[in-house]
Design a protein around this ligand. Structure first.
Ligand code: ADP
Ligand code: MG
Ligand code: MG
Length: 255
């Protein structure tokens, strides 16, 4: 079993002349075999958590730690974090003209696995994974993320999950910009991944709609840069009915 442990994480974001503290002591433990949903109002710091774990240079960790099986991830370079078994969608460049998806994925798989997959097996693997996600075969020859629609980017994230088989995945707003069919296909992809009992997921979402397809083992409410309440899947249902009002004092609906 593997464990991803976030301990008393404090993160500031750098603006032109100042640093503003966004995360104010996040504690969270994800074991393999578990899906944790992080839900919370806009601006509560959910994406900041994802960026900080990903090692985005704009987000400065001022204290705390993120451990994968006891190893401090925050001391690792971004590619080393991936090799340690963490999936970080954000580490990949937004657009890489001239590099085909199929080459990009093979390079990523080589980094994650420590050896290059055999071309014949690889082509089959990619074909199968793309078929599972209803991705058009022509996608493999397109440049990385060039002119991808929102939905295509999200499918691409799940395609990587499927092919790279990381121990832990942090997925931020995987449901945003997806129509009903794409949401189903993407959710099924996440469910296939978590069917492996040695995989864990941190699913960050503002809305409950993806949780109709993916049943989390734990739900955490994020507000003001920290986890303010944790519970089971029933907590998401409650948030759908009540919104985040209880946590913000402001009127904002979760659904
Ligand atoms: P959420 O994902 O929960 O909506 P974010 O993590 O995106 O929240 O944002 C939390 C707070 O941090 C917001 O007040 C936002 O304006 C601020 N913030 C996040 N990223 C940046 C950034 N790169 N530059 C300036 N402020 C930022
Ligand atoms: Mg936001
Ligand atoms: Mg966000």
């Amino acid at each position: 079993m593997a464990t991803l442990e976030i301990k008393d994480l404090h993160v500031s974001v750098r603006t032109d002349d100042a640093a503003k503290e966004i995360l104010r002591g996040v504690n969270l433990t994800v074991n393999s075999g578990e899906t944790h949903a992080i839900m919370g109002p806009n601006g509560s710091g959910k994406s900041t958590l994802a960026y900080a774990i990903a090692g985005h240079p704009k987000y400065e960790v001022t204290s705390g730690s993120v451990l994968l099986d006891g190893e401090e991830l925050l001391e690792l370079e971004v590619d080393e974090r991936a090799r340690a078994g963490l999936f970080l969608a954000m580490q990949y460049p937004v657009e890489v003209p001239g590099v085909s998806m199929s080459n990009f994925l093979r390079t990523a798989a080589t980094a994650a696995r420590g050896e290059a997959p055999q071309v014949r097996h690889w082509v089959k693997e990619v074909k199968q994974a793309m078929a599972d996600l209803d991705i058009d075969p022509s996608f493999a020859e397109r440049s990385v993320n060039e002119n991808f629609s929102g939905g295509e980017k999200k499918r691409h994230e799940i395609l990587q999950l499927d092919l790279l088989k990381p121990k832990f995945a942090v997925l931020d707003e995987t449901d945003s910009g997806l129509d009903v069919d794409a949401l189903r296909v993407v959710s099924e992809g996440v469910n296939r991944y978590t069917a492996n009992k040695d995989k864990g997921v941190l699913l960050i979402t503002h809305y409950t709609r993806i949780l109709k397809h993916i049943t989390p083992d734990f739900v955490h409410v994020f507000a003001g840069g920290r986890v303010v309440e944790s519970g089971g899947a029933e907590l998401a249902t409650q948030l759908e009915e009540e919104g985040y009002v209880r946590f913000t004092g402001a009127k904002e609906s979760a659904a």
